[in-house]
Design a binder for this molecule. Structure first.
Ligand SMILES: *[C@@H]1O[C@H](CO)[C@@H](O)[C@H](O)[C@H]1NC(C)=O
Ligand SMILES: *[C@@H]1O[C@H](CO)[C@@H](O)[C@H](O)[C@H]1NC(C)=O
Ligand SMILES: *[C@@H]1O[C@H](CO)[C@@H](O)[C@H](O)[C@H]1NC(C)=O
Ligand SMILES: *[C@@H]1O[C@H](CO)[C@@H](O)[C@H](O)[C@H]1NC(C)=O
Ligand SMILES: *[C@@H]1O[C@H](CO)[C@@H](O)[C@H](O)[C@H]1NC(C)=O
Length: 470
């Protein structure tokens, strides 16, 4: 038993061969864009950067001990050359900046025997270079982790100009300040970057790996293994399964393998057919795919009403036994709906039952018959104006008599009426809604640019560029 458990734990997740239900890929194009956004954020950060005050003393022959302090150092100007950003295979993201120049302004003060002297200085730092490898991984909760692994910082040249004070000390100070700043930059830049990257950890921990879609269903999408980092993209494999909140049954969830391959957009997201079917399973187990139909819900234009007179042509026996009474129908799914993704075609099959009752004058419900219903719909999906739109058609409906209190009867003519009803009354409304479209999720800061949607064999894919404006 123990050996079995330990062996199981020792095997990395993806070696077990589980496919993701939800997969997302970011490309070099996304990094290039992030670089531009990052550069302008860095611009703000660096602009407000202050360097800690320093005090100390130094022995200088032939003078002896000189006490000094350097204070109020701040960045007054800098250039930020275009950083180089790329994927580091199986490791993370490498970021490098070189040839950065920084102008710093500060005050100096010294105390040598009875002489006190002070002034300001300008410091130019040339050829500052930083390169860092941000390691990308995942933790046991399926959240993304970042760590700064390889950092390297170097300073090329420093030049100091003094203002005020006594010039004989300038040369001494020049060396001190150059030395201090050189050391500060060399030794502090990497820890500063590390601290910044580690500071993202609490933010990453706050990212939800599940989303309660409505009161009944929750969508879970933790990473199932650390992101796969290739030379030109990074792939996030997530679980992507829907569960019923109240009846968390295990659906035989075996996502089909699929490959996203749109290198022209920044981000692609794919959802497998199994994920879509887990949603159907979740809603079916939650017991919410049911409706009680009464006559008042039937569109006014319908020639067929939910009353026994109206049903005479289908079941002559019905108005004979229950003359002039209203009816109601309990419609519910008898098994989970099945969704199939085929190239440019989504097919949904629904399996249900209709329990039909007559409402007796004393309001008692008298069960009269039960029909098994099987309906198949196809839909085409499009992106239009950042909205998911589509068009749905009915493939077929079939009715079968499951049980009857009125003896056997033919269901063919009822089938034809329902088919016509769906085509004439239900689908036009559904299609009007689909035409208006479902807006894609967006936040005030992040919006999608040029999204494309494609239904493929076994999965549906959305590929898009992203625009970020903080
Ligand atoms: C994360 O989930 C919690 C609990 O379901 C919810 O309160 C919170 O708003 C979610 N946060 C985001 C950013 O969606
Ligand atoms: C039953 O339906 C028919 C139409 O088929 C309608 O003319 C009639 O008024 C309805 N009867 C009741 C009791 O609603
Ligand atoms: C979509 O696929 C279903 C099932 O294979 C098929 O019955 C239907 O005709 C197809 N629809 C279109 C528009 O291709
Ligand atoms: C309602 O009427 C039916 C038939 O007349 C009868 O069988 C049934 O017991 C009645 N129910 C009640 C609650 O009175
Ligand atoms: C619709 O379903 C019925 C019953 O299953 C079947 O006999 C019929 O051939 C189907 N029609 C089409 C167009 O698929």
């Amino acid at each position: 038993m123990w050996v079995y458990l330990i062996t199981l734990l020792a095997i990395p997740h993806h070696a077990l061969g589980a496919n993701p239900g939800l997969e997302s890929v970011i490309t070099q194009k996304a990094l290039e864009y992030a670089k531009h956004v990052g550069a302008s954020l860095a611009q703000e950060k660096l602009g407000g950067l202050t360097i800690p005050d320093m005090t100390g003393s130094i022995s200088i022959s032939p003078f002896g001990k000189v006490d000094y302090s350097v204070s109020g150092m701040h960045v007054v100007n800098f250039n930020l050359p275009e950083p180089v950003v790329g994927f580091a295979e199986e490791a993370g993201i490498k970021i490098g900046i070189s040839g950065m120049n920084v102008a710093i302004n500060g005050n100096w003060r010294d105390h040598y025997q009875l002489i006190r002297d002070s002034g300001s200085f300008d410091l130019a730092v040339y050829e500052l270079a930083v390169s860092v490898l941000v390691g990308v991984g995942s933790d046991s909760t399926g959240r993304l982790t970042l760590s700064s692994t390889n950092c390297d910082a170097s300073v090329g040249d420093l030049e100091v100009t003094f203002h005020g004070g006594t010039s004989w000390l300038y040369n001494i100070f020049k060396k001190i300040i150059q030395g201090l700043v050189h050391e500060q930059l060399n030794s502090k830049l990497c820890p500063m970057l590390s601290e910044y990257i580690d500071g993202l950890e609490p933010l990453l921990q706050k990212i939800n790996v599940s989303y309660q879609y409505d009161p009944y269903v929750v969508f879970e999408f933790p990473l199932i293994h650390p992101p796969a980092i290739g030379a030109s993209n990074m792939e996030f494999d997530c679980k992507g399964e829907f569960y019923s909140v109240e009846h968390r049954g295990e659906f035989p969830f075996t996502p089909e393998q699929f490959q996203l391959h749109d290198q022209n957009r920044m981000v692609s997201v794919g959802l497998s057919q199994s994920s879509a079917n887990s949603a159907g399973f979740a809603y079916h187990s939650a017991g919410v795919l049911r409706i009680r139909l009464t006559d008042s819900m039937i569109p006014k234009v319908s020639p067929i009403r939910l009353n026994t007179t109206s049903f005479e042509s289908f079941i002559p026996e019905l108005p004979k036994r229950y003359p002039g009474m209203l009816m109601l129908v309990d419609l519910f799914t008898s098994q989970q709906p099945l969704i199939t993704f085929q190239p440019d075609n989504v097919t949904a099959q629904a399996f249900g039952a209709a329990k039909v009752y007559v409402i007796l004058p004393n309001a008692t419900l008298a069960p009269v018959f039960v029909l098994d219903i099987c309906a198949s719909f196809s839909a085409k999906l499009f992106m239009s104006d950042l909205k998911l739109t589509g068009f749905m058609t009915l493939n077929n409906v079939s009715l079968n008599l499951a049980s009857s209190e009125l003896g056997p009867f033919q269901t063919k003519s009822m089938e034809n009426v329902i088919r016509a009803g769906i085509r004439l009354a239900v689908l036009p409304e559904v299609n009007a809604k689909l035409k208006r479209g479902i807006p894609l999720p967006a936040t005030p800061e992040v919006s999608l640019v040029n999204p494309v949607l494609k239904v493929n064999q076994g999965f549906v894919m959305l590929a898009t560029d992203v625009s970020y404006s903080p």
